[in-house]
Design a binder for this molecule. Structure first.
Ligand SMILES: Cc1cc2nc3c(=O)[nH]c(=O)nc-3n(C[C@H](O)[C@H](O)[C@H](O)COP(=O)(O)OP(=O)(O)OC[C@H]3O[C@@H](n4cnc5c(N)ncnc54)[C@H](O)[C@@H]3O)c2cc1C
Length: 555
């Protein structure tokens, strides 16, 4: 009989994940963890079981745009995939948006929320996309002081009842610019008695099935640039369920995230309400962006974890040259390097989650606010790049099967490729990092790294700590040499600088987790991850001759 290969399988994604469980034990403590373990276990079982099976079964289904009904009415309805509809119900019931507002664990509620999101995301075809924007919109509205909008929309956004639950879009990108959003051309016109209406085109609007959106448009007579834009609230359907003076021109034909209906829109008089002032829209919408960037990092680590769980399982099954791949020294070494990248990315991401939770609960001091501002773009850009590199290797770990669509594996890499692009590309976020540091300098970050590393006592972790402190000092020196002196050199090196901050922070956090795991769980694996990640290189600072760089870029 011919050989038949068994596919990789997944177990309960909570109980199987030593990294998540040890982290939650350390940060939440056993008592708080005990109070939420059932929920984590339930989500872990769904993610590794029914949802994963449904995801594989629906591999070829995609959302459809229905522009016309049988009677020639323009309806612009989006037919979602069954898994997306189910994901919406689960997200509402499990409180994936409600949790930080209900705050059952006070400042640590964000940790619980994102632990659930981390389990949920890789089995739900990027349904995290509308949830991220919804979370950002809920926080933005809650802090807006606009009572009418708070009463109208917030209860829907944070509802646990699927019938009441709304999601929100975030429409910024126009054909003229995504990163350079200050160029936006959409106009806001005011008519007495009628209110504001929006006109223009939005070029990337993900999850166009959402009931509402926050968007940017320029009130007539406002100046050009980001300050002249205002942030508006709108509802996508009128009370009869018809498109609300907007048309969905088409859905994008994308490399990945293909279950996410990302549309091109024309706004032709959409009724809209200014959320706050009639200007400074780019600044106003940054609350949404800061939250979606955290979701992006959580999604990136969740995809790495999924790829590694599958690759590890497969390595135990696939026999090559007389032994399972897991027993082959080079295959094991390859997986070890990927696992170290993932564990470091995990610690970095959840540290930012902790900072966000503290800031929102009013429990963060000035230094922690500064750290949150700096580390949000750093975590997003660092983990986005790591996820693409890790998932590319994960596919290779399956050999030819990794390249074949009906294994479900290529989707992981295609989806991951969006993590460095949307919510700010690597370069745009690297420049943002430099801007974020300007008011406080690097001192708060260096102090935090020092405090984190002070917890490491094991000799090799101590040696790693010394290297990390040195890399932190090098980053501070590099910044001092360039900031305010040589703008071109500062910009040219910003990506390497931001990635250095990301890798140093991640390694320091991993060293702390490693010491804790040695002390409390007698588990040497996080120590192995910390040493391996540290050895892979944390200091990426290097300046290149700008003339030579231009030669290469231009030709
Ligand atoms: C699947 C998907 C879904 C999306 N959904 C949404 C959505 O729902 N809502 C929304 O508003 N947008 C959405 N976007 C748009 C996305 O946020 C933008 O595409 C992204 O921010 C990049 O903007 P851009 O396309 O204008 O690229 P550009 O700004 O043109 O960037 C092109 C390249 O130039 C680099 N670059 C730009 N400026 C600089 C600089 N100053 N210095 C150095 N390098 C620079 C960038 O890093 C990039 O590599 C989506 C995109 C995708 C792919």
């Amino acid at each position: 009989m011919a050989f038949v290969q068994a596919p990789p399988t997944l177990g309960n994604q909570y109980s199987d994940d030593r990294v998540l469980r040890a982290y939650l034990e350390r940060t939440l403590g056993m008592e708080a963890l005990g109070s939420v373990r059932t929920q984590l276990d339930r989500m872990g079982a769904l993610a590794g079981g029914e949802l994963y099976a449904q995801q594989l079964a629906e591999r070829e289904l995609e959302p459809q745009l229905v522009q016309w009904d049988a009677w020639s009415n323009r309806v612009d309805r989006i037919e979602l995939t069954p898994l997306w509809r189910r994901a919406e119900e689960i997200a509402a019931r499990e409180g994936l948006i409600a949790l930080p507002h209900e705050a059952p664990l006070d400042a640590l509620s964000r940790v619980l929320q994102f632990a659930l999101v981390y389990l949920f995301t890789p089995s739900t075809d990027v349904y995290a996309c509308p949830l991220a924007m919804t979370d950002g919109a809920a926080r933005t509205l809650a802090g807006s002081g606009n009572r009418a909008l708070i009463e109208r929309a917030l209860p829907h956004l944070v509802s646990r009842d699927p019938a009441q639950f709304w999601t929100s879009g975030q429409w910024m990108t126009e054909p003229i610019g995504g990163s350079d959003v200050g160029l936006a051309e959409a106009e806001a016109r005011f008519t007495p008695g009628e209110g504001w209406r929006l006109y223009g085109r939005k070029w990337f609007t993900s999850a166009i099935s959402s009931q509402m959106a926050l968007t940017l448009a320029r009130p007539a007579d406002n100046p050009p640039g980001g300050k002249g834009l205002a942030m508006f609230y709108l509802e996508t359907r009128d009370p009869e369920g018809r498109p609300n003076n907007l048309s969905v021109d088409r859905l994008k034909d994308k490399l990945g995230t293909r279950k996410v209906p990302t549309a091109e829109l024309t706004l032709d008089g959409v009724p809209a309400i200014p959320v706050a002032e009639l200007g400074n829209g780019v600044r106003a919408i940054s609350t949404v962006l800061n939250i979606t960037r955290v979701w992006n990092a959580v999604s990136a680590i969740s995809y790495m974890r999924r790829g590694l769980a599958l690759a590890r399982d497969y390595a135990g099954r696939r026999i090559a040259f007389g032994a399972p791949l897991s027993r082959k020294a080079l295959h094991a070494d390859t997986l070890a390097g990927l696992q170290a990248e993932f564990e470091a990315a995990f610690q970095l991401t959840f540290f930012v989650v902790e900072l966000l939770g503290r800031a929102e609960c009013g429990a963060a001091g000035e230094a922690q606010h500064a750290l949150l501002r700096i580390l949000t773009p750093v975590a997003k850009l660092t983990t986005g790049r790591q996820s693409v590199a890790v998932l590319s290797e994960v596919l290779e770990a399956f050999g030819g099967a990794g390249y074949v669509e009906d294994t479900g594996l290529p989707m992981l890499l295609r989806d991951a490729q969006v993590f460095p692009i949307w919510e700010g590309t690597t370069n745009v976020l690297a420049l943002d990092t430099v801007r974020a540091i300007a008011p406080s300098g690097l001192a708060p970050w260096r102090r935090e790294i020092h405090a984190i590393l002070a917890e490491a006592r094991e000799p090799q972790l101590l040696a790693l700590s010394a290297r990390l402190e040195a890399a932190g000092e090098a980053a501070e020196t590099w910044l001092a040499q360039n900031a305010g002196r040589d703008q071109a050199a500062l910009e040219a090196g910003a990506r390497r600088f931001a990635l250095t901050l990301g890798r140093v922070t991640a390694a320091a956090l991993l060293a702390r987790q490693a010491q804790w795991s040695l002390d409390h769980r007698q588990d040497p694996a996080p120590r192995a991850a910390a040493l391996r990640f540290g050895a892979a290189g944390v200091n990426l600072l290097q300046d290149f001759d700008p003339e030579l760089a231009r030669l290469l870029a231009d030709r």
